[in-house]
Design a protein around this ligand. Structure first.
Ligand SMILES: Cc1ncc(COP(=O)(O)O)c(C=O)c1O
Length: 378
């Protein structure tokens, strides 16, 4: 830290200059992110509640009430009105809390978790932290987990199985209804990682069974800071019922509220106000419109890629497109980065992944195709 003080005006001027150089969603060139430019109301709500800390919900009662309302709305959307949960730092914390609940609810000395091969790496982190053995179930030709294999891997040490509704790499949805049957039959916790898909799938024209409507689903991750147009940090963890909270409860002796349930102690009340504000502003109608627009632009990208014979890895289920170059896909990805188009390269599938988030408009898709054509000399 420097010795002398600096006037705030000078500090802010410096920061503005740096911010102007920072990556900006509005260019439409960020095609590798599951986050997007937050809704303007999220930004304003954040500013209003920026002092609020849900590490002590008794001290910040209004924010605590906002959180209860947000969780109730998510529960309602995901077909479990009495669901309970929290707005946490992200999908990683939400997944960790789910597996901690499952582990503590069981009394197994060598606990195992069955993970699809496509599960997000946060679940590996969770296994590492919680001393759980990850057991990997393979995918079928559509890149969704094989339920028969999951069932075979379930044994007396299994404390949870996980399914993903909107995988990070390809946006596919695991057969959650089949996983639910396995969970019910073997009396095991089923966690659905819908960090990305949880605020897309309910607004699609096609319906996919993926939530608490399925009897076997015990917990779900659903992140407002992804397709929820809210600010970072804004993850979400939902449990089917409040009895499950006993397994993640920590006594907080010197704080006015007597217990906490999240990993993070001091928690951003501003994030919760942002989620509340976006939900209230958009409602189901607003979210449906945003999702439909993303799906439409996804369809446009698919059509254009096919026109130039660039092969798709699979037909998109959500707003994620993965394709290969006719020559060298990794090199195409590197060239795109050098030209300021930020895509993801997925080594194990040797494909480029494009996420059509709300900041990616039709004009950006068309421009992107032009750039790809130029690089590939199509
Ligand atoms: C399916 C899925 N789960 C969990 C996560 C982790 O979320 P976060 O980065 O918010 O911790 C991601 C992140 O992209 C994800 O796609």
């Amino acid at each position: 830290m420097q010795t002398k003080a600096t006037p705030p005006k000078v500090v802010l001027l410096d920061l503005r200059k740096r911010q102007a150089k920072e990556t900006n969603y509005e260019t439409g060139k960020v095609l590798c992110s599951m986050c997007t430019k937050p809704h303007i109301v999220a930004k304003k709500a954040h500013e209003l509640f920026f002092e609020s800390n849900l590490g002590d919900p008794r001290l910040f009662q209004e924010t605590a009430q906002l959180e209860r309302e947000v969780i109730a709305q998510l529960g309602n959307l995901l077909h479990q009105k009495s669901a309970t949960g929290f707005i946490v730092s992200g999908g990683t914390e939400a997944n960790m809390l789910a597996l901690l609940t499952a582990r503590n609810a069981s009394n197994i000395s060598s606990p195992e978790v069955v993970l699809p091969d496509s599960a997000h790496f946060s679940l590996q982190k969770a296994c590492n932290l919680l001393n759980l053995k990850p057991v990997i179930a393979s995918l079928d030709e559509s890149y969704i987990v094989k339920p028969l294999e999951v069932e075979k891997l379930v044994n007396k040490n299994t404390i949870a199985i996980v399914g993903t509704a909107g995988t990070s790499e390809l946006g596919t949805i695991d057969p959650i209804h089949k996983l639910s049957e396995i969970a019910v039959q073997h009396k095991v916790h089923l966690h659905v990682d819908a960090a990305f898909g949880g605020l897309i799938i309910p607004f699609l024209k096609t319906t996919y069974p993926f939530d608490f409507q399925l009897q076997g689903v015990s917990s779900m991750t659903v992140d407002p800071h992804k397709m929820g147009m809210s600010v970072i940090p804004g993850g979400g963890i939902l449990f089917r019922n409040s009895e499950m909270l006993q397994y993640i409860k920590t006594e907080t002796p010197y704080i006015s509220a007597k217990s906490q349930y999240t990993f993070v102690g001091t928690r951003s009340g501003a994030s919760i106000a942002s989620v509340w504000a976006v939900f209230k502003t958009l409602g189901k109608a607003g979210f449906t419109e945003i999702v439909e627009q993303c799906v439409k632009n996804t369809g446009l990208l698919v059509k254009e890629l096919k026109k130039y014979s660039l092969s798709l890895l699979c037909q998109p289920t959500l707003n994620i497109v993965s394709f290969r170059s006719n020559k060298n896909t990794n090199r195409l990805s590197e060239t795109l980065w050098r030209k300021g188009w930020f895509v993801s390269y997925i080594p194990r599938y040797d494909c480029i992944r494009i996420i059509i988030m709300p900041h990616v408009k039709k004009k950006h898709v068309l421009k992107f195709i032009e750039v790809v054509k130029e690089i590939e000399m199509l």
